[in-house]
Design a protein around this ligand. Structure first.
Ligand SMILES: NC(=O)c1ccc[n+]([C@@H]2O[C@H](COP(=O)([O-])OP(=O)(O)OC[C@H]3O[C@@H](n4cnc5c(N)ncnc54)[C@H](OP(=O)(O)O)[C@@H]3O)[C@@H](O)[C@H]2O)c1
Length: 297
């Protein structure tokens, strides 16, 4: 077992569990998983050391990162503690404990990019603020920014279940018609991306330190995504667009995505991640494997 420890926050979630799997696979680092409940079935199934900490508990956070060389940080929106405070508490603990490198799951700053037009998309803006705080902390770091999770399709998020039809399936989405959005197979690709920057931050600092990477299979409209899903499932997939849901954070997120390209000018898949050895999965492959299994097709 490697003596080099990497602490992984939200280790039972889609992103964190992907990072744990990737670290266990390449064995360069020994993962330490952080959860609020070490006795949960999901936590016990991770197959590595598990420690308990909540973002508001500074002592527990300090213990969780002490002895770790690297940390994967992702924060949780719409809880009692703002994401900025969650991120700040973890980054402060990392500074005190002498952590060498932090990989952050981040998102674009919607308020800034839209020139103040969209001000409610706090689950993006706060991550971007955490990113600024991290980049100013003095710790070597990289931000890895996912797009819309393909996993949302089988999670049926935001009242959008993937629905059986007479001939195939219907992709129900709140993406505005014509919006081209980055699609990310997060559980498949976040782990390898984080493992790659952890493994190479000392040898390739010019390519990694303080860089922001975009994690995604491609930019696609809902119709283009449906066509890829259809190829993978082998049946037609139609699209139904739903309107706003009277939740400004989400409604403005979709309006912003229709009007602005996330990470303008960055080709997706991100060639800079490919150069570090990260090969992301395709939408078709996601459909043929994970989605098919979830829907029992
Ligand atoms: N869905 C998307 O398309 C999308 C796109 C880009 C970014 N994101 C971001 O991804 C993040 C969610 O990540 P994920 O999908 O990997 O998570 P997830 O699968 O939803 O799991 C979240 C994990 O976080 C923990 N958690 C739940 N509530 C918490 C709280 N109040 N405080 C601390 N931990 C809590 C839980 O772990 P324990 O119970 O074990 O503690 C849970 O396993 C959010 O920040 C979201 O904004 C999502």
């Amino acid at each position: 077992m490697s003596a080099r420890i990497a602490t992984v926050f939200m280790a039972t979630g889609v992103q964190g569990s992907s990072v744990i799997r990737a670290l266990l696979k390449d064995t360069i680092f020994t993962p330490r998983a952080v959860t609020r409940n070490a006795n949960s079935e999901t936590a016990r199934a991770l197959g590595c050391e598990v420690v308990e900490a909540s973002y508001g508990n500074k002592d527990a956070l300090k213990k969780a990162v002490t002895g770790a060389e690297c940390v994967f940080l992702v924060t949780m929106p719409f809880t009692d503690l703002p994401e900025m405070d969650q991120g700040k508490n973890v980054i402060d603990a990392c500074m005190e404990a002498g952590v060498k490198f932090v990989a952050l799951s981040s998102l674009p700053n919607v308020r800034e990019m839209s020139g103040g037009k969209y001000t409610h998309v706090i689950h993006f803006d706060e991550k971007a603020e955490v990113q600024k705080y991290l980049e100013a902390s003095g710790i070597a770091c990289a931000s890895i920014c996912p797009g819309s999770f393909l996993e949302n399709i089988h999670r049926g998020q935001l009242g959008c279940p993937f629905t059986k039809t007479d001939t195939g399936y219907e992709l129900i989405t709140r993406e505005r018609p014509g919006s081209s959005v980055i699609q990310t197979w997060t559980g498949h690709d976040m782990g390898p991306a984080v493992a790659a920057v952890f493994a190479q931050y000392t040898t390739r600092p010019a390519e990694i330190d303080h860089k922001m990477f975009v994690l995604g299979s491609r930019r696609a409209t809902a119709e283009e995504t449906a066509a890829e899903l259809a190829k993978g499932l082998g049946v037609p997939v139609t699209v139904k667009h739903l309107g706003p849901m009277a939740f400004p954070a989400v409604d403005e997120m979709y309006d912003f995505s229709a009007e602005y390209e996330w990470f303008p000018g960055v080709e997706v898949p991100d060639m800079r991640l490919e150069a570090l050895g990260v090969k992301v999965g395709t939408i078709e492959e996601f459909a043929r494997t994970e989605l098919k299994e979830h829907i029992g097709a």
